[in-house]
Each structure stands twice: as structure tokens, then as C-alpha cells.
Design a protein around this ligand. Structure first.
Ligand SMILES: NC(=O)c1ccc[n+]([C@@H]2O[C@H](COP(=O)([O-])OP(=O)(O)OC[C@H]3O[C@@H](n4cnc5c(N)ncnc54)[C@H](OP(=O)(O)O)[C@@H]3O)[C@@H](O)[C@H]2O)c1
Ligand SMILES: [Zn+2]
Length: 431
């Protein structure tokens, strides 16, 4: 249960406006990365006067987008433009450290009185440091915002409570912890990455009720090899259309997909985000392939466009490596560990590339290795009401060998399937 601090005066309206801020934040999916998804709502006299969300390309933080939107409102919505810039006292200036004339000019909205006396609802603590943009705390103070309701503290060590402190020092009432669980879930890839510089890894798997990862003969029906006669049971798909649509949404929300060469050789997957929704960076398709068995004719290679990355133990200069590179595939040599590529080193490299989230969609072997290496943060298992009825590739026997227990478990239904989700550890506490 989240602890709400700052005031006992939380109203039902506060929860509703925070819900709206969270909704806005979520509109930054695939657009905010590698920044966190943030949404902001400005409310004055019970009415929303401005709102916005952050996208990386848009530069401006959600708070600034909301302030600007408020300043563009017709005067009758906020009681007239009075003009003049809010004066900072010495303490505020000292606490912020940065208050340049450029920052003031850039924030022309402060000349309007639109947000004076307003409450800001935001899912993440406003920043107080000068990154690509000026500190949001300054802008809020200058705009005359009276109260800030934030769902959670910023996990970024450069902020981590300093934003709240800065606002409070300027006399702004600060309330934190409202709808915190939802907020933490929304920014968890950022939280994991900003602290550990490693991406958040979600193991996604589809299982039959008898714990199988494949259906009989599915192995050849979708392969690039010669197709065999199709069997019933959804052409080899374990899960329903609805589950597969949800997996597409999961892909859309991820910076990278990770699979093993075993899956590529059997399924010949595309591993693309087919939601059709905008994303600022291409979904990176990553394959673990120690011996560079990736076929040049595979769909992955055929569609490679600076978005396919292969980690291998093989030489980066072999004829096969050169052929793959010529086809647009990036080959990265990775250190070995017990004859297998070191998955921790792979995560470090992906983190270095500002990959915040990885969706692991592999077969039994890589799933098992990933769990054993401790790189998996959460699991989402889609259980389909089907019995494979054969001893093919059992998740229990081959894929989930490392014993583990999930926490914060939730369940959702997609068509006839149930998706069970849980965490292997608290992603806010990984170092
Ligand atoms: N139901 C589901 O959710 C689901 C999802 C995906 C796949 N599948 C099924 O799973 C089957 C394939 O299973 P699979 O286990 O063979 O494939 P996999 O786990 O996707 O790939 C395994 C291969 O990855 C390579 N690899 C590279 N580095 C590794 C490392 N550090 N640890 C472990 N492996 C590493 C190994 O080959 P090298 O040694 O040559 O590198 C290994 O044989 C297919 O039938 C597919 O349909 C099911
Ligand atoms: Zn900011």
C-alpha cells in the first residue's frame, strides 16, 4: 500500500485528476524512451486548464507542455491575463541552482497568469536539474502553481526528492504517493535502467495447460523450411488472437525483443511491432546465436534495416558474419561463459545503447539460461486452455529450470487465455 505524504486533504477529485495524468503519461509509450513516460494536468477552480505528456523528440517535459497549454486558454477560462513574472525569493533561487535568462525567455508562458493558484497533477516528481531542458520546478514556481500532487518520487538519483524539496522551499504544497503503484509500473523500465544501466527484462511465454511451449507439428508449419500439412489447433498458435494482439502491445511498449537462434530456425519469426502505432526508435530485434547459424533467407535477415542485432561467440570477420553484415545485420561478439554467451554482458551492452526494456520471447533453452543468469525481472505467461498432448518442449522440464517465485502477481484474460504476470524481484531495488 502506497504511503501518501504531504497532506491529509486528498479528495476524490485528486484521484481522478491523477488518473488523467497517468492516462496522458501512457500516451508517451514508445515515444518517451529513453526518458520516463510522464503526464501532467493543471487544474484551477476544479477545471482542467492545461495538460500534456512528454515525448523525447518534443523535448519539453509534461509539466511545461501543460503550462503552455494553460497559457493558450482563452482568458475567461482562468480569469484574465494579469502579466508579469513571478518573483523568486533568494531561497528558491539557491535551491534551484539554475535560473538563466534563457530559461526565462524560453518559458514565455510564465508571462500569463493562467496557472497562478493552480494544482499540478503529475505521475513523477518534477525535475530540478538542467538536462536537455530547464528544471521544471523553476517553471512551476514562476508560473505561480500553488499545489503539486505527484504520484511518486523520481528514481533518477539526480532528482530523488530534490524536486519536491525545491517546490516546498518555494512555499508550494506537495502531496506524494497518490496512485503510486500504477505510476511505478508505468516508469519501471526507466527506473531499472537509470539505477543499474541495464534494461528491464520481461520473459513472455505462451503455454498449454500441460505446460508445453509448442503444439504438435507446429515446429514445421510456420518455418521457412518446406511446410508440412497444417494441423488443427489454430495453425500451431498456442494462444488466442486476443492474446497475440496483447503481445503486439507488449512489443510496442518495448525497446528491444530478444530471442534465441533455436526459435529463429524453427519459427522463422519477423519479431516486429505490428501495432501500426508511432514509435521514436525502431524496435531492436536481438538474436542470441553463438555460431552464426542465422539463415540469410530468414525473415529477420530479409527485413533487416539497422534493427537486427546478433550476439555471437563466433568471429565478427568470418564469411558468414560479413554476409550477414552486408544484409544489414549488426554482429556483436560477446564474451562466453561456460561455452554460452554471457547474458549479463549482453544486457550491459543493450543498456549502453539506451535500451530500457527487453521482451524475451524465446524457446526453452534461452528462457532457462536467462532465468539462471538472473537477468529476468518479470514474467508474463499466457496460459491457453489447450492440451498439447505430447512430450514436445515442456516449459517446466526445459524452459523454467531455475526455481523462482513471482511477486505482485496479477492476472488478465485475453480471449480464452489467462495471462499471469509477476515480478522476480523489486525492480526499484536493483543496483
Ligand atoms: N510458446 C512460446 O512462448 C515460445 C516462444 C518462443 C519459442 N518457442 C518454441 O521454442 C522452440 C525453440 O526452442 P529452443 O530452446 O531451441 O530455442 P531458443 O531458446 O529460442 O534458442 C536456443 C538457442 O539459443 C542459443 N544461445 C545463444 N546464447 C545462449 C545462451 N547464453 N543460453 C542459451 N542459449 C543460447 C543456443 O544456440 P547456439 O549455441 O547455437 O547459440 C540455443 O540452442 C521452437 O519450437 C519455438 O516454437 C515457444
Ligand atoms: Zn522536468
Amino acid at each position: 500500500m502506497a504511503h501518501i505524504s504531504g497532506t491529509a486533504n486528498i479528495t476524490a477529485a485528486d484521484a481522478i485528476f491523477m488518473h488523467r495524468a497517468l492516462e496522458l503519461a501512457a500516451q508517451g509509450v514508445a515515444l518517451a524512451t529513453p526518458n520516463p513516460m510522464v503526464g501532467a494536468v493543471l487544474v484551477r477552480k476544479g477545471k482542467i486548464i492545461g495538460e500534456g505528456f512528454h515525448t523525447y523528440e518534443g523535448m519539453r517535459h509534461a509539466e511545461i507542455v501543460a503550462l503552455e497549454a494553460a497559457s493558450k486558454q482563452p482568458p475567461e477560462n482562468f480569469g484574465g491575463i494579469v502579466g508579469g513574472v513571478f518573483k523568486l525569493d533568494k531561497n528558491t533561487e539557491a535551491a534551484s541552482g539554475v535560473l538563466t535568462p534563457e530559461a526565462l525567455n524560453a518559458n514565455a508562458f510564465m508571462e500569463s497568469d493562467a496557472a497562478r493558484g493552480a494544482t499540478l497533477y503529475v505521475n513523477l516528481e518534477p525535475c530540478c536539474h538542467k538536462g536537455r531542458t530547464g528544471p521544471c520546478t523553476n517553471a512551476l514556481i514562476l508560473a505561480g502553481v500553488k499545489r503539486v500532487v505527484a504520484a511518486m518520487q523520481d528514481p533518477n538519483p539526480a532528482v530523488a526528492g530534490r524536486g519536491f524539496k525545491h517546490l516546498r522551499a518555494a512555499g508550494i504544497e506537495v502531496v506524494t504517493g497518490l496512485r503510486e503503484a500504477e505510476a511505478r509500473r508505468l516508469v519501471e523500465p526507466f527506473a531499472k535502467w537509470i539505477v543499474s544501466r541495464r534494461p528491464l527484462v520481461t520473459l513472455k511465454s505462451a503455454l498449454t495447460l500441460d505446460g508445453q511451449l509448442v503444439l504438435p507439428h507446429a515446429r514445421s508449419s510456420r518455418s521457412h523450411r518446406k511446410p508440412r500439412a497444417r494441423r488443427p489447433l489454430d495453425n500451431g498458435w498456442i494462444t488466442s488472437l486476443e492474446s497475440r494482439a496483447e503481445v503486439q502491445r507488449m512489443r510496442h511498449a518495448s525497446d528491444a525483443l530478444l530471442t534465441g537462434i533455436g526459435t529463429v530456425l524453427v519459427d522463422n519469426p519477423l519479431l516486429t511491432d505490428r501495432t501500426g502505432l508511432p514509435r521514436r526508435r525502431k524496435l531492436l530485434r536481438v538474436v542470441m546465436d553463438s555460431r552464426l547459424r542465422l539463415p540469410l533467407k530468414s525473415q529477420l535477415v530479409q527485413t533487416a534495416d539497422n534493427d537486427v542485432l546478433v550476439f555471437t561467440l563466433a568471429s565478427e570477420n568470418s564469411p558468414k558474419a560479413r554476409a550477414l553484415r552486408a544484409a544489414g545485420v549488426e554482429i556483436v561478439h560477446v564474451a562466453g561463459r561456460g561455452g554460452k554467451s554471457d547474458l549479463r554482458a549482453v544486457m550491459a551492452e543493450l543498456g549502453r545503447r539506451e535500451i530500457l526494456s527487453v521482451l524475451l520471447e524465446a524457446g526453452a533453452k534461452l528462457n532457462s539460461a536467462a532465468l539462471a543468469a538472473g537477468i529476468v525481472d518479470k514474467m508474463r505467461v499466457f496460459l491457453a486452455p489447450k492440451i498439447a498432448g505430447f512430450q514436445g518442449i515442456a516449459a517446466a522440464r526445459n524452459g523454467f529450470q531455475a526455481p523462482c517465485e513471482l511477486h505482485n502477481v496479477t492476472m488478465a484474460q485475453f480471449g480464452v487465455d489467462f495471462a499471469i504476470e509477476g515480478y522476480l524481484h523489486d525492480v526499484y531495488r536493483t543496483g
